[in-house]
Design a protein around this ligand. Structure first.
Ligand code: CTP
Ligand code: MG
Length: 229
């Protein structure tokens, strides 16, 4: 089936706290965003990439990333919105039928094997999400930091991207979501779970598939990069 990747790069990186948005910071001499684009570009399964960036950053992305590094599958560079789900929504408008891989541009360590595991998974389950078993015990707390619950660690997963769906299914779920007055989804699977009642299947991402979020993540990323080269 036709596979579109939506790569999200419209965030402002508040937790990173740098003037340059984190997806454009250099890692081994290239922007963070370059790495995930490269993996989707080189994937035998991906037909098209839609890049969602901050309004006003389109030219920078086109010249300094897409053209400079020859990412030929990028068919559109479009502006995102205030929240991640606004950016996803904008990206979804540009997709055609098939499967859609929604990926955080701030996760440079996605790889081809993950894209292939996702394809198998989405073919069978229609909605699936990269994740890994949590290494840490997770506690649920109330607003006073009092522990209210400790989920059984063997059932706890940390979710990542790509999150991969039948395009029609996720478009419908997001269309309903966007009509709601208060939107509280933090990932795409939540839209599928809550709105369309779809069961979402987890497939293995990797422990390296980190999201560059705070400054120490860049140090960790350097270690992973060096190990790869
Ligand atoms: N993202 C986006 N549009 C937004 C918010 C986030 O496209 N309005 C993208 C980010 O660029 C990133 C991914 O979604 O690739 C995951 O979001 P996150 O790690 O939260 O990035 P930021 O929102 O930029 O960071 P922060 O939450 O620290 O401000
Ligand atoms: Mg954010």
């Amino acid at each position: 089936k036709y596979c579109t990747a939506i790569v999200l790069a419209a965030g402002s990186g508040k937790r990173m706290g740098t003037k340059v948005h984190k997806q454009y910071l250099l890692m081994g001499g290239k922007p963070v965003l370059y790495y995930s684009l490269r993996v989707f570009e080189d994937s035998r399964l991906i037909d098209e990439i839609i890049l969602v960036c901050g309004a006003g950053e389109e030219d920078y992305c086109r010249q300094q990333i897409v053209k400079k590094y020859g990412i030929s599958k990028v068919s559109k560079i479009i502006p995102g919105g205030a929240e991640r789900y606004n950016s996803v929504w904008n990206g979804l408008q540009e997709t055609r039928e098939g499967y859609v891989y929604i990926h955080d541009g701030a996760r440079p360590f996605v790889d081809e094997e993950m894209i292939e595991r996702a394809y198998e998974c989405v073919s069978e389950y229609h909605a699936c999400v990269a994740g890994m078993p949590s290494k840490d015990t997770i506690k649920i707390a109330d607003s006073d930091n009092m522990v209210t619950e400790t989920p059984d660690r063997s059932n706890v997963w940390i979710v990542q991207t790509p999150q991969v769906f039948d395009t029609g299914l996720i478009k419908k779920a997001y269309a309903v979501l966007m009509e709601q007055e208060e939107i509280s989804v933090t990932d795409d699977a939540m839209a599928a779970e809550q709105i369309s009642g779809t069961s979402v299947r987890l497939f293995y991402g990797s422990y390296e598939n980190i999201k560059i979020t705070t400054p120490e993540d860049l140090d960790i990323a350097d270690v992973f990069l060096k190990r790869k080269s």
